[in-house]
Design a protein around this ligand. Structure first.
Ligand code: GUN
Length: 295
């Protein structure tokens, strides 16, 4: 069993991006500029956004964080959030931006995503980018799926002709990853099956996977009996589980029962330190691309 080290791959990619940014600066071009909108104080979102801002510094990017408060007593108006999105759409100094999800329940996430200019949608969430991705056209690829594909590539794990089973059909992981891996191409060409909450006997399907991707958000749901000997297992889960022995009071739990599944695998990602750092790298790569497109 070999552990897929997402942290190491991410550090290498950030160095590669930083070198390209240094080259841009030497040519008199601007540093790429990523903005992030964060609504409220969800713990997971605070952490992700802090990591994204830190990654910007590591890559030599400029970053801007725009915060909105929203409470039950004083909820943020959707129109105010959309006005902030439109202001970033029109800001020539901003190459790309993200609206950190999830948003408070009273806000229509799709309306906010659709308000983002597709040419600045470095999360790859806008229908234009999702559609272009599924057609195999140039686009901003969704960050987590692109990170997973990069991780497979850097670990020389072939996808061509392989059976990939994805558990979870979210708009930000399951669906776009399926679209990416079923494309023609060197880092795709897989036979993809997507399982979800209405799939009967998921284990019977996951056992056929050469590459099994768990993206459900249910700690430990992928147990050893669901995994074939020699499979590659990619764990996208990052659920916070209370842990009084930790300073933070919680630990991050993947969707895979790691201790029992790992011995059966040829490759497996840990949580944390697997897919998470790669998602942030994809965002950096998309932001660099956004800046390059404007040159
Ligand atoms: N929430 C969970 N993952 C993501 C992501 O990749 N981007 C944004 N904007 N929000 C998220």
């Amino acid at each position: 069993m070999e552990l897929i080290d997402g942290k190491k791959a991410a550090a290498e990619i950030k160095q590669e991006i930083a070198a390209k940014v240094a080259e841009r600066i030497a040519q008199g071009k601007r540093a790429p500029h990523l903005a992030a909108i964060l609504v409220g104080h969800d713990g997971g979102s605070e952490t992700y956004v802090a990591h994204k801002i830190k990654a910007c510094a590591e890559c030599g990017f400029r970053s801007t964080l725009i915060r909105f408060e929203s409470t039950d007593e004083a909820p943020l108006q959707q129109s105010e959030l959309i006005a902030a999105v439109e202001s970033l759409n029109n800001d020539p100094e901003v190459d790309g931006f993200i609206v950190q999800l999830p948003l408070p329940r009273h806000i229509d996430e799709n309306a906010v995503i659709e308000a983002v200019d597709p040419s600045k949608d470095v999360d790859g969430f806008h229908p234009v980018n999702v559609g272009r991705q599924s057609l195999g056209l140039p686009c901003f690829h969704s960050a987590t799926p692109a990170g997973i594909v990069e991780l497979l590539k850097r670990n020389n794990i072939p996808t061509k002709g392989k059976r990939v089973v994805i558990v979870g059909r979210s708009n930000i992981v399951g669906k776009p990853l399926a679209a990416m891996l079923m494309q023609k191409g060197a880092t795709a060409d897989a036979t993809v099956t997507v399982c979800h909450s209405a799939t009967p006997d998921i284990a019977e399907i996951t056992r056929q996977a050469d590459i099994l991707v768990a993206a459900v958000g249910r700690p430990g749901m992928i147990t050893a009996d669901m995994v074939a000997d020699g499979a590659t297992v990619i764990d996208v889960g990052t659920t916070r589980v209370a842990d009084p022995t930790r300073k933070t009071g919680f630990r991050l739990c993947g969707d895979v029962d790691f201790d029992n599944v790992a011995p059966k695998c040829s490759f497996i990602t840990p949580v944390p330190g697997g897919v998470g750092p790669m998602t942030i790298c994809s965002l950096m790569q998309n932001t660099l691309l956004a800046a390059e497109r404007k040159d």
